[in-house]
Design a protein around this ligand. Structure first.
Ligand code: GDG
Length: 730
């Protein structure tokens, strides 16, 4: 692998202009601090917005770029207006509330969406500027969800990973987004998409399946021309940085200073960015109830509430700030006494050593977000506990609750639950606190942010090997040229072409998949070429095929090989004498399943019955399909039938009928010196297996196959056939 290009909205360095001079400062936030220990020690370059208006920095671009490059950083220049439109009006006003389960706060503005697209394109241009063959790209977070696809379209065979730091919501929430398919397609441009927890990954898999119709197996989603691995990487912290700082003299001094205010009281702590997702008001309410119900604790504890200002210009945040101010005032007014205020409220970012001192001193960390991707504060608290134990109370809607099960886990909507947890924490024996802490710390010390990043990158690299194995089968430029040449030189050519999923994309209603004029023209010109025979090899019934292709000079195979038609003037013939009497017995069963599965239906052909569930809810359809197959297996044992489970269909047909057997008729009579067979599903596998060894067999899609080659998507079939045609027409 070459370098690692990390791409995120903000750089880990922020530039300010003070009294005309540029100043470079480290950025705050979990990602910047988390990865900063990682990226400087590896061969990396970090791309992002440096926090300064493009207009303000035009004259200094060169200087900024050079200074940042020394720090392994590369600037993506955006104007304040662009940031406002894409970050404030889309990222913060649409994606943030929706992905945190606040759909009532989400706004949907087409112009903000366009700004989001434009910003992603600006990031794409910057990556394209610096990318070299072999570099891996790691894109971060919800600001850049379109970037993976954009990069895949611009770069030659890039390796792209994406990590989402916030929750990925359940389908019912996600589907509210007007641009839901574009965002999923954007992410599907990555080789690897990572999430903090399995829930988020599962929601993403469900969304790609329902909204894009992409199947997945073993965490791999197959799109038309990509395969994306989905996996879980719970982000860790720089453990030693917290444990190390907590043990310094500076922090000792800080704690001593704090003690002047705390005066040996028990300390409860929470640290949050100002945000409605953090549940600050609900927590204050629970604390108030606790004081009400437990008067013994009054004057014996202090609740330190650190709120870091954020998105202050946004009305909703300003309102939240006012509400917090009022509530803190009310609680302090109601329960406080001369010399004691229950809440010590700090509304600003505090220096790192002071933060660590608070972590180390606090007896209880009360971390109860309504929804949080991970929440690193919970982990930092545990890592800073170097001398005395303490108890973590964590809401189950924070991603970190999945890992930190030895904490007291609460339902944040249940005030009684929080109050009870507070009491339990304050009364917990030191021995129990130590025991829980030991287990939690051991885990956090092992899976640090460095391990997290390394794990992600190793998994990303692992996708290369898999892609290479896959790539060996993809019809590349060289094989394509050889194929065209051998087509040109051949005397008797046979083209065996499947229809649905090969010449035409799938449609939820089979009757709607009408061939385009382009396909009809192409087939007719191919079929009229001297020395070329075209045979349409379909699972459809004779009537549909006759209706669409009856007047083209080509052969046809209907119902997966039950019926053959040698040419447009000829009659349909049966491959062998067969009966469809068995259908009376089988039809009621399929109809029963159709009734119980909304969106599914039974299709009847001369010698087969098909239960189709393409329009049903996929998991239900799959569940029923499995039941149906088992049900049918017992029934058909002695009827000379076979049951096939295909792409969103279960089909019952006479055994011995298949596309391969039918196609061999043409092979026998024509004795072709060039055979091309293209198909996309399980029924085409019979065709690939039956044909002679020198056949150019091609499966459409990336799945495993008996064909020699894969073509990544249906859209590539027509251009391929067009190339064959022009090779002989020239
Ligand atoms: C996203 C997701 C996910 C906070 N106050 C001060 C301060 N901090 C530092 C903490 C911590 C970081 O900020 C906050 O980390 P979080 O994990 O809570 O949240 P975000 O970075 O906003 O957001 C989140 C995370 O990404 C990582 O994937 O966990 O769910 O929303 O590191 O220490 N630092 C200092 N003073 C403060 O007052 N020095």
């Amino acid at each position: 692998m070459g370098r690692l290009l990390i791409v995120s909205n903000r750089l880990p360095v922020t530039i300010h202009r003070r009294r005309g001079r540029l100043q470079f400062e480290p950025s705050a936030g979990g990602l910047a601090t988390g990865l900063s220990s990682f990226y400087k020690t590896s061969d990396s370059l970090w791309l992002g917005w440096p926090g300064i208006d493009r207009k303000n920095s035009n004259a200094d671009r060169e200087e900024i770029t050079q200074r940042l490059l020394q720090d392994h950083c590369y600037p993506v220049f955006l104007s304040q207006r662009e940031v406002d439109e894409y970050y404030n009006k889309f990222c913060s006003a649409t994606i943030w509330p929706l992905f945190h389960y606040f759909p009532q706060y989400a706004t949907y503005s087409p112009s903000a969406w366009q700004a989001y697209e434009r910003a992603n394109r600006t990031f794409c241009d910057a990556v394209v500027d610096v990318w070299q063959q072999g570099d891996a790209i790691w894109v971060h977070d919800f600001h850049l969800m379109l970037l993976p696809r954009m990069l895949r379209e611009r770069l030659q065979d890039p390796l792209i990973g994406f990590f989402l730091h916030i929750p990925f919501p359940s389908l019912e929430i996600y589907r509210l987004l007007p641009w839901r398919t574009q965002i999923l397609e954007g992410l599907m441009g990555a080789d690897l998409v990572g999430f903090h927890t399995w829930d988020y990954a599962a929601h993403f898999l469900t969304s790609t399946r329902y909204l894009l119709g992409y199947d997945s197996s073993m965490g791999r989603i197959t799109g038309p021309d990509t395969i994306t691995k989905v996996d879980v990487f719970p982000m860790g912290i720089d453990y030693e940085r917290f444990a190390g700082t907590a043990s310094t003299r500076e922090v000792d001094r800080e704690i001593k200073k704090l003690e002047e205010s705390f005066q040996s009281r028990r300390v409860i702590l929470s640290v949050d960015r100002l945000d409605y997702t953090k549940g600050i008001l609900r927590r204050l309410e629970a604390f108030s109830t606790f004081l009400e119900e437990n008067p013994d604790y009054r004057e014996k504890l202090t609740y330190v509430v650190v709120v870091v200002p954020s998105r202050i210009g946004v009305a909703r945040y300003a309102l939240l700030k006012r509400q917090i101010d009022e509530m803190v005032g009310a609680i302090n007014g109601k329960y406080g006494s001369i010399g004691w205020a229950p809440i010590w409220y700090i509304y600003r970012a505090i220096p790192f050593p002071s933060l660590v001192a608070l972590y180390r001193r606090a007896d209880v960390a009360l971390i109860t977000p309504l929804r949080d991707g991970m929440n690193l504060v919970a982990k930092e608290y545990l890592a800073s506990k170097v001398d005395r134990p303490g108890v973590l109370i964590l809401s189950e809607t924070a991603g970190s609750a999945k890992e930190l099960s030895e904490a007291l886990i609460v339902n944040v909507n249940n005030t009684d639950d929080i109050v009870a947890a507070l009491k339990e924490a304050l009364q917990m024996s030191e021995a129990e606190q130590e025991e829980r802490l030991r287990i939690l710390q051991r885990r956090l010390r092992r899976y640090t942010v460095k391990r997290w990043a390394q794990d992600f990158i190793d998994t990303l690299e692992g996708t290369v090997k898999w892609r290479e194995e896959m790539g060996a089968h993809i019809l590349g430029a060289q094989a394509r040229r050889r194929m065209i040449k051998s087509y040109q030189q051949a005397q008797r050519r046979l083209l065996l072409l499947d229809y649905d999923g090969t010449l035409a994309p799938f449609s939820t209603r089979p009757s709607r998949a009408v061939p385009s004029q382009e396909v009809l023209d192409l087939l007719s010109r191919l079929a009229m070429e001297p020395g070329t025979s075209v045979v349409l090899v379909s699972g459809r019934d004779r009537k549909s095929l006759d209706g669409w292709f009856g007047n083209l000079p080509m052969g046809m195979i209907a119902e997966h090989g039950a019926w053959l038609k040698p040419g447009s003037e000829a009659e349909w013939e049966m491959i062998e004498p067969m009966t469809g009497e068995w259908k009376e017995e089988v039809r009621p069963i399929l109809e029963l399943y159709a009734d119980r599965t909304p969106g599914s239906f039974v299709e009847e052909k001369d010698f087969s019955l098909v239960w189709q569930y393409r329009r049903s809810e996929t998991p239900l359809g799959e569940l029923r399909a499995r039941d149906l197959v088992a049900h049918l297996q017992t029934l058909i044992a002695n009827l000379g039938l076979q049951v096939l489970e295909g792409s969103k269909v279960v089909e019952v047909k006479n055994s011995g009928v298949n596309k391969g057997r039918a196609a061999l008729r043409w092979v026998a009579t024509l004795e072709p010196d060039f055979i091309l067979a293209i198909g996309d599903d399980y029924t085409d596998e019979d065709l690939f297996r039956a044909l002679p060894g020198n056949t150019w067999s091609i499966k459409v899609g990336l799945g495993s196959t008996a064909a020699k080659y894969n073509l990544s998507s249906q859209g590539r079939v027509v251009p391929l056939l067009r190339d064959l045609l022009s090779a002989t027409e020239d």
